[in-house]
Design a protein around this ligand. Structure first.
Ligand SMILES: C[S@@+](CC[C@H](N)C(=O)[O-])C[C@H]1O[C@@H](n2cnc3c(N)ncnc32)[C@H](O)[C@@H]1O
Length: 232
């Protein structure tokens, strides 16, 4: 089942690359996903991590949690021509444990991880407006990878405004919908991130790679890092 899941998703190679990067660079902390849906991409992140732990000669001595946020109610207030209010509240394509057309729920996503023998993810259910701020206020660890897959400018802006405290040097931020809106960066995730970059005092963001059809990844770098390390 894992093999079929991996083969069905063009993002897996990119997911492996991001996991290898944070593991090789010993970037501690957890893997966050904003926009969990049926759990496919968070499961792939965990599968890539487990494969790394099994096969790599470069060991790590810390553990990671896999944390996913979703309302399970689908999209709303979107101006993208392909998404409607409620898109993604039911499963729309092949999935190992959730049938096409079935409602997506937290319980079904947990069952999906269990079926694949993966560690249960931490699932924060609710609208981002409420859940993201509330959860991150009490959270004291850092993020190794942040996967943003909630499509709209408004969602992405809200998430970026709340993740500053969990960023660290080396956090990889992956955007699933970077080149949507016909590649026009005045919309969607690209607009929200460009605005965030211009006000974020602590970090700059290095272009890492493009992947899949619409996706792009960045690495967070501390702005005064060289000074702190005795450099410039
Ligand atoms: C494109 S899907 C995520 C797909 C998933 N990452 C994958 O690759 O399998 C986007 C998800 O974001 C969730 N979402 C959108 N807006 C939200 C909001 N304001 N609060 C919480 N969840 C939201 C939807 O319910 C939907 O499940």
């Amino acid at each position: 089942m894992k093999k079929q899941l991996i083969e069905s998703d063009i993002r897996y190679g990119a997911i492996q690359k991001a996991i290898r990067f944070v593991n090789y660079e010993l970037i501690e902390g957890d893997v966050f996903e904003f926009g969990l849906y049926t759990g496919r991409s968070l499961a792939l992140l965990q599968i890539a991590h487990e494969e790394y732990l099994k096969k790599s000669i470069h060991k790590i001595n810390f553990s990671r949690d896999f944390i996913g946020f979703d309302s399970f109610k689908g999209m709303f207030k979107t101006n993208h021509p392909r998404w409607e209010d409620g898109s993604f509240s039911t499963n729309h394509s092949w999935h190992p444990t959730i049938k096409i057309g079935e409602a997506v729920t937290k319980g079904k996503v947990i069952n999906f991880f269990k079926t694949l023998n993966l560690k249960p993810p931490i699932i924060i259910e609710g609208s981002f407006e409420k859940s993201v701020k509330e959860f991150l206020k009490k959270y004291s660890r850092k993020a190794a990878i942040i996967h943003i897959d909630c499509d709209t400018y408004e969602n992405t802006k809200l998430i970026l405004e709340n993740i500053r405290g969990i960023l660290q040097e080396g956090t990889v931020i992956m955007f699933d919908d970077w080149f949507n809106y016909k590649g026009n960066s005045k919309y969607g995730e690209a607009r929200a991130f460009n605005e965030f970059k211009s006000v974020c005092k602590e970090f700059s963001f290095i272009d890492y790679f493009n992947y899949g059809t619409f996706c792009k990844a960045f690495i967070s770098v501390i702005k005064n890092g060289l000074k702190a390390a005795g450099g410039l």
